[in-house]
Each structure stands twice: as structure tokens, then as C-alpha cells.
Ligand binder design. Structure first.
Ligand code: C2O
Length: 555
């Protein structure tokens, strides 16, 4: 029986015996295999889950337990990350390679086992090792608990829309070569919508089509699984009502453009309220600085039922690549729903007030093309990947794997967004910042202008955070906090820090473990824009990391 069918039986049982079954267990099998991607003009097979691109969708309800057996049939080491799943006390199932687990080697398998406590909405899963997530990703749909309605009008239908990036060449070969000699990785050759490229030279793609019926309302579950690009999304002639981001409900608002960074998800309602016909769907990149980006617009079609065979298509304008004001308007309108049922529990007192500078740097490198290597870092630390997984090192008190001296503030303050200092060198280290269980944390993520300032989508594992403020230039600790929104700030797991600006986030460290924080532009993660938090156990077993599963891979 298929996983979904088996699950349906359990759900029916839950309906019949509500007192007996509170939540259900859903089983999935992920076979990591090579597959010719027919929708893509790839010359070589790509790494997929179950032969699908994008991969299979995980369907579950709030409070369900999900068990996924991942079997690795490819020549690469693999891990899977459930991006945005809180993983309360189950860091072993979080997935970032060498952070919470050793990779699943060729021919081996690992069972991820986690519970979706208090979460509902859209998230994504993706490979979390090298650049495999380019093709190894898919949707996670978490419905509300049985009988609990959405806090917005019930849609007639739901559609998953996954954005990606496609390279003509083999991505793993490309990135390995690039890293050896320190070149900038190739930008992708096209963006994709549900696996379909836009119009690309020498590649015939029929493109993605969203079929709608007049008068019906659709819940679009939009996922940005792109590797390096923040994106704009538009549907010609139609307004979108945003109702949720990163699996947390928002105050609904209407917009004609959605701004979405890699790792982010957005649920939006679309009502088919226009004349029968065809309407353009477009995704295009956002980049408001002098960094090269895949500037191809990927397109698809919204098609009404009853549209004649060859109708004209209604077009839409694409935001300019550097449309910073559109990104700001979109982000400023995002507010937590903050209802009685879904309150915004923003920490009001702060135990750890941190300032993290985020950006790139340049280190000497004897074997590199220019004698130097572009690196990236947080507070001037370029994170060095360990060869033993940090969570194991922490749990078993293995010394020598990492240190707990990650600086909470820049060691040498400077004008972060002004003329860059002469010395752009960073220090290397595998450093953690340590937090007591249940301590409250504020991080001001401060962009720097080294080489080129750039917008960074920063993702925190193991937590959601509240985005209490943002601004351009350097954060002003005396005045900027006066304008913080501590009432209904948006709650999410990934936030775009504005170019040469800052963003302040807050969270309560109520999840023990080792938790990754990194830029979700894979090129920056590769260069070292990452660090970890070590969150101590609290009191007793309910506030402590669970023991590791017996099949946890070894390095
Ligand atoms: Cu979606 Cu650490 O990543």
C-alpha cells in the first residue's frame, strides 16, 4: 500500500476512535537515485528522490510523527534536512551533514523520525550536503489538526509550486572544481517552476501550467528551493493574498508580487476572478548589487478551464532585478496573525544580545588561481566543517571537534557598511555559541560591504524567530530598538537581511542541541557563512536531547 493510502486508513481510524488516536505516524521511503530528468534538458542524469524532480511531497498534520527511511543509491554521500521543522529534542533527525549527523554513505540508509509539534503550513525538505539540494528537494505540507479550520477562507483547491535552479552541467563536478581553485561558481542556466525550465536556448520545455476554474479559490503553497537566488513571483492579472510564511500564519494581505528567498515558503490565496484565458506566471531574480546572477525569467501559464485552443496570453511586467523597494514593501507588510489561537510569543527581555556581521572576505591561498580565496564568515569567523558530526561530539563529550568561543559581537567593531577595511582576512574555526536552555536571544544580523554588499537569506535550524526590526546602514543600538515591533512581528525560519543593512531577530532557546545558522545562498554557505549554537539541556528528560537512534550513520 502506498504511504499516503496507508496514512488515510489511519486517519479514518482516528475519525472513528478519536479518543484512541491523538496523532498518527506517517511512513515514507526516500530512495536517492540517479534519474534522467525529462522535463529538463540535462545531459546527464540528476540525483533525485524516488526518481522525481521536484521530489515527493510529505503530507502530514500538526502533531503527527513522520518517519522517513532514506536509502542512498547514488555515488555521493547524502543527508536530508526538513527545513523549518522544529525537531524538538530530535536534532538527530535535522540533517545538516557533519553538524547533526554523519552522511548516509552509498548503499546505506538512515531513518529520520520527528514530530510536527505545534506547526502547520508549508515547509520544504532538501539534501543538506554539498550542492545536492539543487535537485534533491520537495514540499512538506502540514495540515492543521483534524477538525481545525484554516484562519482564512477555505480554498477550493491547493497547489504546490516549487521554484528551483537548473545547471546544464553536472553541479557536483562544477562546484568541486570551482572550490579547488577558488573561482566563483557558475550561475544557473535557468530557473525552474515545478521542474520545468523557462525558455532556454536549445531546450524545449513545455513549461508549467496551473489549471484553474472560474470563480474558484486556490491555496498556492509556494516554495523557493533555488540554490542561490532570491526570487520575485507574479501571476498576470491576479492578486495574491498572503496568509502564511514558513509554516506560521500571517495577517492576510493582497499583493501582485511575492518576494521569496531560498528556504522560504509562502502560502497565498489566488481567486480565478478574471476572464477565461491564459495568464503568464513568472519568476525572476532579485539582486540589488554588483554580483552576477542568473537573470533568466522562468515562465509558466495559468489557464482557465474552457479556454479556447490558441488564446492570446495576458502578460505581466517583471520587477527590475534591483527592485529593492518591492522587497521592502513585501517584508514590511508581513505580520504574525497574533490571534488568541495563534499568539506571537515575542521574547520581551533578552539574555543574550548578539551582533553578527555577515559577509564575504578574502584569505590568502597558495594553490588558488589568484593567490587568494574568496571566503565568507560571521563575525569574521569562516566556519570550518568538522569531520565528526558536532551533535555526536557534544552528546558524547568528544573533545577537539569544536570550541565554544564563537564571538557574540564583532571582535573589532568598524563601519560595517562603509568603505571596507584594508584587511579583508577572516579567521578559520569550528566555533559554537553556547546558550542555556530557555534563555532568550536577540541577534542583529548586520550585512557588511566587503567586496560587494549583498542581501543574505539567513536560516536558523531548530527554531522559528521573530523579525522585530530591520534597516539600512549600520544598526544603531541606542535608537533602532525604539522602533522594534514586539507585538506582531512575523515569525519565520529564514529571513532576507537587506543589502548593506541589518535585521534583528529574537527567539527563546527552548530546544536543546546543536543548531546551524547559515546563509541559504549555497555559494555563501560553501564559502563559510555559517556557525552553530549549542543549546544546553534543561532540567530532566523532557528538556533534554533524546538518545541517538541506533542507525545513526558514522563518519
Ligand atoms: Cu534549508 Cu541548513 O537549510
Amino acid at each position: 500500500m502506498a504511504a499516503w493510502a496507508r496514512t488515510a486508513v489511519v486517519v479514518v481510524a482516528a475519525l472513528m476512535f478519536p479518543a484512541l488516536v491523538e496523532s498518527v505516524v506517517r511512513h515514507y521511503k526516500f530512495r536517492v537515485v540517479l534519474k534522467n530528468a525529462t522535463k529538463l534538458c540535462a545531459t546527464k542524469p540528476i540525483v533525485t528522490v524516488n526518481g522525481k524532480f521536484p521530489g515527493p511531497t510529505l503530507h502530514a498534520r500538526e502533531d503527527d510523527t513522520v518517519i522517513v527511511r532514506v536509502v542512498n543509491h547514488v555515488q555521493y554521500n547524502v543527508t536530508i534536512h526538513w527545513h523549518g521543522v522544529r525537531q524538538l529534542r530530535t536534532g538527530w533527525s535535522d540533517g545538516p551533514a557533519y553538524i547533526t549527523q554523519c552522511p548516509i554513505q552509498t548503499g546505506q540508509s538512515y531513518i529520520y523520525n520527528f514530530t510536527l509539534t505545534g506547526q502547520r503550513g508549508t515547509l520544504l525538505w532538501h539534501a543538506h550536503i554539498t550542492w545536492l539540494r539543487a535537485t534533491v528537494h520537495g514540499a512538506i505540507v502540514i495540515l492543521p489538526k483534524l477538525g481545525v479550520p484554516y484562519p482564512f477562507p477555505t480554498p477550493d483547491k491547493e497547489e504546490i509550486i516549487v521554484f528551483g535552479e537548473w545547471w546544464k552541467t553536472d553541479i557536483e563536478t562544477m562546484i568541486n572544481k570551482v572550490m579547488q581553485v577558488s573561482l566563483t561558481p557558475n550561475v544557473s542556466d535557468s530557473h525552474t517552476i515545478n521542474g520545468y525550465t523557462g525558455p532556454v536556448p536549445n531546450c524545449s520545455s513545455k513549461g508549467f501550467t496551473l489549471h484553474v476554474e472560474s470563480g474558484k479559490t486556490y491555496l498556492l503553497r509556494i516554495i523557493n528551493a533555488a540554490v542561490n537566488d532570491e526570487l520575485f513571483f507574479k501571476v498576470a492579472g491576479h492578486q495574491l493574498t498572503v496568509v502564511e510564511v514558513d509554516a506560521t500564519y500571517t495577517k492576510p494581505f493582497k499583493t501582485d508580487t511575492i518576494f521569496i528567498g531560498p528556504g522560504q515558503t509562502t502560502n497565498a490565496l489566488l481567486t480565478a476572478d478574471q476572464y477565461t484565458g491564459k495568464y503568464l506566471i513568472a519568476i525572476s531574480p532579485f539582486m540589488d548589487t554588483v554580483v552576477a546572477v542568473d537573470n533568466l525569467t522562468a515562465i509558466g501559464t495559468l489557464r482557465y478551464k474552457g479556454t479556447p485552443a490558441f488564446p492570446p496570453i495576458t502578460l505581466t511586467s517583471i520587477p527590475p532585478q534591483n527592485a529593492t523597494p518591492i522587497t521592502n514593501t513585501f517584508m514590511d507588510r508581513l505580520r504574525s496573525l497574533n490571534s488568541d489561537q495563534y499568539p506571537a510569543n515575542v521574547p520581551l527581555t533578552i539574555d543574550h544580545s548578539l551582533l553578527f556581521t555577515i559577509g564575504v572576505g578574502v584569505n590568502p591561498c597558495a594553490t588558488c588561481v589568484n593567490g587568494s580565496r574568496v571566503v565568507a564568515g560571521i563575525n569574521n569567523v569562516t566556519f570550518v566543517m568538522p569531520t565528526t558530526a558536532l551533535l555526536q561530539a557534544h552528546y558524547y563529550s568528544i573533545s577537539g571537534v569544536f570550541t565554544v568561543d564563537f564571538p557574540g559581537n564583532p571582535l573589532i567593531p568598524f563601519n560595517y557598511t562603509g568603505t571596507p577595511p584594508a584587511n579583508l582576512q577572516t579567521m578559520n574555526g569550528t566555533k559554537a555559541y553556547r546558550l542555556k536552555y530557555n534563555s532568550t536571544v536577540q541577534i542583529v544580523l548586520q550585512g557588511t560591504s566587503f567586496i560587494a554588499p549583498e542581501s543574505h537569506p539567513i536560516h536558523l535550524h531548530g527554531y522559528n524567530f521573530y523579525v522585530v526590526g530591520k534597516g539600512v546602514g549600520n544598526f544603531d543600538p541606542n535608537n533602532d530598538p525604539k522602533n522594534f515591533n514586539l507585538v506582531d512581528p512575523v515569525e519565520r525560519n529564514t529571513i532576507s537581511v537587506p543589502t548593506a543593512g541589518w535585521t534583528a531577530i529574537r527567539f527563546n532557546a527552548d530546544n536543546p542541541g546543536i543548531w546551524f545558522l547559515h546563509c541559504h545562498l549555497e555559494v555563501h554557505t560553501t564559502w563559510g557563512l555559517k556557525m552553530v549554537f549549542l543549546v544546553d539541556n534543561g532540567n530532566g528528560p523532557n528538556e533534554s536531547i533524546l538518545p541517538p537512534p541506533s542507525d545513526l550513520p558514522t563518519c
